[in-house]
Design a protein around this ligand. Structure first.
Ligand SMILES: [Zn+2]
Ligand SMILES: [Zn+2]
Length: 307
């Protein structure tokens, strides 16, 4: 079973307009399975969420997080149990903050790395120096309110690091500050079991690069025994996406030696691709487009295949 995770949300505990209770209700109304609370530089909402979940038992789980909001970029954290101060952050050595976050067992990644930054959005762009890419877990490849261009750059940065062999997960988020609709917005899906907590499912998925990002159907790419990749458009489709309006699908396979495209009839659900077409097939990134290949048509990204 796949669960939908909405991993980037703010409330009035920082600069959002919804109370914690209103955020929970809004998420439940929109059939979200798991939401993260990621207010800027505060975990003051955590105990409020816990109280509501215990008392009212709404059909939803919470990932307790925070968005470290510095002058040189924003860091999203999940499964955060304590506040870690960042006042002494060193722009030249982002590793220090990532390491202190991760020491507590939390997951940490870079939010909206190519946000416009100053003077439009002071501090939102990632400008810290990183010498060790193993210190962070994920990149938010799609921040829904960001421009197509900023998201395209984030996607390409993540892809280029993966193609170099780095094990970095991808996430997407609403960066929700008010009620503004989930239709056609990218979310994260995770394959999980009913007995696994959302926190464990997320940690496992992020540690093994098994997050699915989509605004429509969940898209899976699996390595077969005969050096082929089998892609499958799953029946789990995010609500609000019009499958009928898809003219045709294009699958883009990218390896360190280049990209190849395959068109798929809109009624087709699976595709087989031989890796012998690539000189170097050590890493494969597979993306699904509703129509031709362009950022506007990007629909889903499958978990990366590392051979
Ligand atoms: Zn931010
Ligand atoms: Zn945010």
């Amino acid at each position: 079973m796949y669960k939908r995770f909405e991993l980037h949300n703010h409330t009035i505990e920082s600069d959002g307009s919804l109370s914690v209770k209103e955020l929970i209700d809004y998420m439940v109304e929109n059939e979200v399975d798991v939401f993260a609370l990621t207010d800027h530089n505060t975990i003051s909402g955590h105990h409020k969420v816990k109280e509501i979940l215990e008392k009212e038992k709404p059909p939803i789980e919470c990932i307790f997080g925070m968005e470290y909001t510095t002058y040189y970029g924003h860091i999203l954290c999940f499964n955060l149990n304590e506040y870690i101060p960042w006042e002494n952050i060193d722009k030249e050595r982002a590793e220090l903050l990532f390491r202190s976050i991760k020491k507590t067992g939390a997951l940490a990644g870079i939010a909206h790395p190519f946000s416009y930054g100053a003077p439009v959005a002071q501090g939102c762009r990632w400008e810290m120096k990183l010498n060790d890419y193993s210190v962070f877990d994920f990149i938010e490849i799609i921040n829904n309110p960001e421009s197509l261009e900023a998201n395209a750059q984030a996607l390409m940065w993540w892809q280029s690091l993966c193609l170099k062999g780095m094990r970095i997960s991808m996430t997407a988020g609403m960066d929700l500050h008010r009620k503004n609709g989930f239709e056609n917005r990218f979310a994260v899906y995770i394959k999980t079991r009913p007995d696994l907590s959302a926190q464990n499912a997320l940690a496992r998925a992020i540690k093994t690069q098994k997050t699915y990002v989509t605004r429509g159907p969940v898209f899976e790419a699996l390595l077969q025994k005969n050096a082929a990749v089998k892609c499958r458009i799953e029946n789990t489709v995010k609500k609000g996406f019009d499958m009928q309006a898809v003219p045709f699908w294009t699958i883009e396979y990218t390896s360190p030696s280049g990209s190849l495209l395959r068109k798929l009839d809109k009624s087709d659900k699976t595709a087989l691709f031989s890796l012998s077409e690539f000189k170097d097939s050590s890493v494969i990134v597979v993306k699904l487009y509703a129509g031709d290949v362009c950022m506007e048509n990007l629909t889903a990204v499958a978990p990366v295949i590392y051979r």
